[in-house]
Design a protein around this ligand. Structure first.
Ligand code: ADP
Ligand code: MG
Length: 700
């Protein structure tokens, strides 16, 4: 890094990265540690002591007095349990951090969701350092803590977190790709998955937030009549960023840069008060950890600006919700395999990968859908703004035509590039710019990567990325197996392949596409005809979380995860249980909160309004004033009957909450909301107990 960059960004200042390693460790240890990081291997125990010593000194130079293993339990957020470096030795206080403290931790696992994996008599859990994600410093107003990214497992070795399966899925994909690339005559190399996670979020003034128990407890507004102006004018998207927000963004980015997170793009999103932050893509595991830190940082910095950052998928009804686009690609030996390439060899690898992804997504659309399921995302998927709940792939016209020709087994001329034969190793030039982009597809090819758009804004990237790696590992493995069976490889020198290889590959891809082409959809995913068309094609459409999660209980999916060593059946089953339970709890919290707001805040306000109207009417009648009495009487009657409806709605919701049916809670909440939102338009603004959409949504 140049001095100029360093001074302008302080990039990586709070990360135990290359520079810190060189400064705080001996040359030999530094070399060993760097090799461990590069190859993703466990740390050599013989250097653990020195590494720990170096890390502690580095951390203390930055004001840290404590350390924590930082991990991703199944709650979906991050977890930390701090210990100080301070220890008493013969009555003398000293600062200490041992190799063992660095490598493993033993937090009590009993209060983390385990879905039946952890039995109560063995509550111990293990955290183990993941050296591929560097240690970092987390600062607070009067100190700092050293954070060691770790995986979290039960005593039995079963994973209790979101990182372990991700790391395993990367290994699975690496193994499959090595098998395939050998057939292409490529020298053995390292597989690198990359992720660029675009993060959408809302900001709201903290003073409003404080007066909205629904935002505080559930992250979304359970009531709120539409603002006269919402996103109709489309004037917010890419608009001038308000100064208050810009200074917030600046602070966020400065903190992210210090943590080595390459925050790159910032802009207004479609809904008012909605924004986006996109970092430059990084190695997948690191990018996934970094996204957790991005969410943390957004929340923390917002506080300092008198704002609250809302990461819920649907904070407001009637305007767009927030997603987290997962841009994913896979490289081998440093070359992105999803880059169409410039020569026949690269083209063939690209088309093989493309077909593998199509096959994987079609075969396991149910798993991809399950990987983004959650109470928050249910408001987004399938609504008229976000990708539909049907998982399909967008390729763009030209690539769709290439795929079409491979499927039909015809050579010939591609649309615009009329000199090229289409085979498995020839491609017309593909447009890389944004003009050919379709924003309605849940899974789109965008030039040299796939963009999975179904994940919700609050999700941890590792879930959907684990699924994607695993299903692609399976497809790549299957294709490699068929190629091996065709006995055509091996004759080829690295960098070229024979006609026999070409023909065998052509046949394999052709038959794969014949079977899986149905998942490719280049049309508008928002249009009303699509779900019917998707059903005709036999594509699954799970409209809500419980139905989406059912995929985790399918024996074929358990077999997939077991085969590729990503999750055992027990681990998968436990996840199903955890996610379902979390869903149910969230719905119940929302239902209870809605009931409380309706009966403790809205009912009294309407009652007062009613009373005041009645009194005005009575006074008018008493004074024998005829003007206005009609309006007052009609108004009182209307308020009275809406008050009755409000009470009925509250009782209905209470009944639903007493039962076991989550769907009944959701539908009672919705009908109560209709009543309350209509009342909001009838009751004096000065009396309405909740801040209104029109106030909260405009930060100017
Ligand atoms: P948009 O989708 O908003 O048009 P871009 O496509 O330019 O924006 O980039 C979105 C994200 O994709 C960024 O985080 C970027 O770093 C990331 N990205 C670009 N190339 C790759 C790649 N090969 N693998 C993974 N992510 C990538
Ligand atoms: Mg994008």
């Amino acid at each position: 890094m140049t001095e100029e960059t360093k001074n302008a960004t302080h990039f990586g200042e709070d990360v135990f990265g290359e520079e810190a390693i060189r400064t705080y460790l001996s040359k030999e240890t530094a070399k060993k540690l760097q090799a461990t990081i590069r190859e993703g291997k466990p740390l050599d125990p013989s250097i653990a002591g020195e590494v720990a010593h170096g890390i502690r000194h580095w951390a203390m130079d930055r004001g840290a007095t404590h350390y924590t293993h930082w991990f991703l339990p199944m709650t979906g957020s991050t977890a930390e349990k701090h210990d100080s470096f301070l220890e008493l030795k013969d009555g003398e206080p000293i600062m200490l951090f041992s190799g063992k403290n660095l490598i493993v931790g033993e937090p009590d696992a009993s209060s983390f969701p385990s879905g039946g994996i952890r039995s109560t008599f063995e509550a111990r859990g293990y955290t183990a350092w993941d050296p591929t994600s560097p240690a970092f410093i987390k600062r607070h107003s009067n100190g700092a803590t050293l954070c060691i990214p770790t995986a979290f497992c039960a005593y039995t070795g079963e994973s209790l977190d979101k990182k372990t399966p991700l790391l395993r899925s990367m290994q699975a994909l690496d193994k499959s790709l090595k098998r395939l690339m050998r057939l292409f005559g490529r020298e053995e190399a390292h597989t690198g998955c990359t992720l660029g996670a675009e993060q959408e979020y809302f900001l709201v003034d903290k003073e409003y937030w404080k007066r909205r128990p629904d935002l505080i407890l559930t992250g979304r507004t359970l009531f709120g009549a539409p603002s006269a102006k919402g996103q109709q004018l489309e004037d917010h998207y890419f608009g001038t960023i308000p100064d208050r927000v810009l200074s917030f963004m600046n602070d966020v980015e400065r903190e992210l840069w210090k943590l080595g997170i390459p925050a790159k793009t910032r802009h207004n999103e479609v809904a008012p008060a909605q924004f986006e932050l996109a970092p430059q893509f990084e190695e997948l595991n690191l990018a996934s950890d970094h996204n957790m830190l991005v969410m943390d940082t957004l929340r923390n910095v917002a506080e300092r600006h008198g704002l609250k950052c809302l990461l819920h998928e649907k904070p407001y009804a009637g305007v767009n919700g927030s997603g987290k686009h997962n841009n994913w690609s896979v490289a081998y030996g440093g070359r992105n395999l999803l880059d169409p390439g410039t020569n026949p060899q690269e083209n063939a690898v690209f088309l093989t990968m493309l077909c593998a992804v199509i096959e994987a997504v079609d075969k396991h659309a149910d798993l991809l859908r399950a990987s983004v399921a959650g109470a928050g995302n249910d408001h987004r998927l399938g609504a008229n703004e976000a990708p539909p709940a049907v998982i399909s792939i967008y390729l763009g016209d030209q690539l769709a035509e290439v795929v079409d020709r491979i499927e039909r087994g015809v050579g010939g001329k591609a649309k615009k590039a009329d000199t090229l034969q289409i085979g498995v190793d020839t491609l017309p030039p593909l447009p890389k710019d944004a003009t050919d982009r379709n924003r309605t597809s849940p899974f789109a090819f965008t030039g040299n990567k796939f963009e999975f758009r179904a994940p919700g804004s609050s999700i941890c990237c590792s879930g959907p990325m684990t699924v994607l790696n695993t299903i692609v590992a399976e497809a790549v493995d299957r294709i490699a197996g068929e190629l091996e069976a065709a006995k055509v490889a091996g004759k080829a020198k690295p960098g070229e392949h024979t006609a026999a290889f070409h023909n065998a590959l052509q046949k394999i891809l052709q038959s794969s596409l014949k079977e899986h082409r149905r998942v490719v959809f280049n049309g508008n995913g928002y249009e009303a005809e699509w779900p019917a068309e998707a059903a005709k094609r036999g594509l699954p459409n799970a409209p809500d979380t419980p139905s989406a999660l059912a995929a985790l209980m399918d024996p074929k999916n358990a077999a997939l995860f077991e085969k590729y060593g990503v999750m055992t059946k027990r681990e998968l089953t436990s996840r199903h249980e955890i996610f379902l339970e979390e869903y149910s709890k969230r719905i119940r919290i929302e239902g209870t909160c809605a009931r409380d707001i309706a009966s403790e805040m809205v009912f009294p306000a309407v009652k007062a309004e009613y009373l005041e109207t009645m009194e005005a009417f009575n006074s008018a009648e008493k004074a024998v004033v005829s003007a206005g009495t009609t309006a007052l009487r009609e108004s009182a009657v209307e308020l009275g009957s809406r008050l009755d409806a409000l009470r009925t709605g509250i009782i209905e919701l209470e009944d639903a909450l007493a039962g076991k049916d989550d769907k009944a809670i959701l539908s009672s909440m919705l009908s109560l909301r209709t009543t309350v939102d209509a009342l909001e338009k009838r009751v004096s603004a000065s009396r309405w107990p909740l801040p209104k959409y029109r106030d909260m949504l405009f930060l100017y």
